[in-house]
Design a protein around this ligand. Structure first.
Ligand code: ZN
Ligand code: ZN
Length: 172
């Protein structure tokens, strides 16, 4: 194994953290994540309130692997006979997709997502007709957004674990 290959495996197998928007539910994954995908099925559209479901399969449960809930736990909605979907009861962030063979986590909920590019599109037959063209739409200048962002007082949990949330002095 080359040094580069060894480094890639360490990166993919590292412990990762993430959670919902309000911070009431936080998780860690231990062990390498599996396949990252987007799912176009109607259930994923509804569950995410979006155009598709972005999910990555989590390691199997077991010593040193699996998903650990480090603050709170999701609430589950059983969306079909063999499937349930976990979300934060407080803020509504979709977090999990659980099926008989394992669990998948919402990619956007991870604190670091840059290396979680979807490798496959699932249930493409169900895709919204215009979804393949969404990135062709006009792009607003970043300078406008930056100025507006600076005026926002955010109550969103930051992209790292915290000792206490809401932070001292932050009233949600
Ligand atoms: Zn929440
Ligand atoms: Zn789906």
């Amino acid at each position: 194994m080359s040094e580069t290959q060894a480094q890639e495996i360490v990166v993919s197998a590292r412990t990762r953290s993430g959670g919902c928007q309000c911070g009431a539910v936080r998780f860690r994954t231990h062990g390498a994540l599996g396949r990252a995908s987007i799912c176009h099925c109607r259930m994923c559209q509804k569950a995410f309130g979006g155009f598709f479901g972005p999910l990555v399969s989590a390691p199997d449960e077991g010593p040193g692997t699996g998903v650990e809930w480090t603050r709170g736990e999701p609430t589950y909605f059983q969306s079909s006979v063999n499937i349930d979907r976990g979300f934060c009861q407080r803020c509504g962030t979709p977090l999990t997709y659980r099926h008989p063979h394992g669990i998948e986590l919402a990619i956007g909920a991870f604190d670091e997502r840059d290396d979680l590019a979807p490798q496959i599109q699932v249930n493409f037959d169900s895709h919204i007709p215009w979804v393949t063209a969404i990135f062709d739409s006009a792009k607003r200048q970043a300078t406008d957004d930056t100025a507006k962002q600076e005026q926002i007082i955010s109550f969103q949990h930051p992209d790292h674990d915290t000792e206490q949330w809401p932070d001292k002095g932050l009233h949600l």
